[in-house]
Design a protein around this ligand. Structure first.
Ligand SMILES: [Zn+2]
Length: 268
């Protein structure tokens, strides 16, 4: 397989294919129009035939595929392309993904489970862009966006990621979003999608390792793993979400070596 070539520091990931834009920019492809316009449903970058051609080419070349699809209509298109692909080439554990996968509807979950197609979402979008989503898409569609709990319960390993540099790399904002579903403006979006801290930590560690075929060496604290570890300024277990949001990374350990020490950097 092409994907996976390299080593644990630098390796070839999936082939990324963009199918739509972003919800905040009103370019994610939606089934229903954006608020304030009867016609504006976002954009598609490819026809169905073009997308079929791309996924067939990269699957055939040995890549894991990561299709960027944010709007529900783009996710319709991406899943249909994967379904056709996997009907022609069944069997292999390729862990094809949908990047972002923001505005999913219930029937998408069934297709993902049936074919082993996994979401790579950014819970932090709820915090950073949730207030904007409410403005452009309204409460009903926004409440169900990035449904971490639904994915976790269906065993779909949602890999909580930052999309940096779109959002910052501070993992605490992502954790806070998963725990509270709160926007930066303090509005709660779909509180039934909140995760517990252990679930949110798994989404931030194991799930990302799984979706990049690295779970045998990364993502859990067990003998035989690479000892990539962070030490936080607060004990996150038992801390409330606001404290977690404000807490800092004190030490970062990479393959057993300390590569960052916050107190040393501040001359303490
Ligand atoms: Zn993307």
């Amino acid at each position: 397989m092409c994907t996976g070539a390299g080593d644990e520091r630098l390796k070839v990931g999936p082939a990324k294919i963009f199918t739509d834009g972003s919800a905040g920019g009103r370019t994610a492809a939606m089934r229903e129009p954006y608020l304030g316009s009867a016609r504006d449903r976002g954009i598609f970058l490819y026809s169905d035939d073009e997308l079929d051609e791309l996924v067939t080419r990269y699957h055939g070349a040995g890549y894991q595929i990561a299709i960027h699809a944010i709007g529900d209509a783009a996710i319709d298109q991406a899943l249909a392309a994967y379904e056709r692909l996997l009907a022609r080439h069944p069997g292999a554990d390729r862990r094809h993904r949908i990047e972002h996968c923001g505005y999913i509807v219930p029937e998408h979950i069934d297709i993902m489970v049936r074919h082993g197609i996994f979401p790579a979402p950014q819970p932090v979008f709820v915090y950073d862009f949730g207030d904007l989503y409410l403005e452009v898409l309204g409460e009903e569609r926004t409440g169900g966006c990035y449904p971490m709990r639904t994915w976790m319960e269906h065993g779909l390993y949602p890999a909580a990621s930052s999309d940096a540099p779109v959002c910052g790399t501070n993992v605490m904002t992502n954790l806070y979003s998963m725990l509270t579903r709160k926007t930066a403006g303090g509005v709660t979006l779909g509180e039934d999608q909140r995760l517990t801290l252990p679930e949110a930590l798994s989404a931030s560690t194991y799930n990302g390792a799984y979706l990049s075929f690295s779970e045998s060496v990364k993502g859990t604290l067990l003998p035989g793993q690479l000892a990539d570890i962070t030490v936080t300024s607060e004990n996150l277990f038992g801390a409330d979400a606001e404290t977690i949001l404000e807490s800092k990374i004190d030490v970062t350990i990479l393959e057993g070596d300390i590569v960052y020490d916050r107190l040393e950097e501040h001359g303490a």
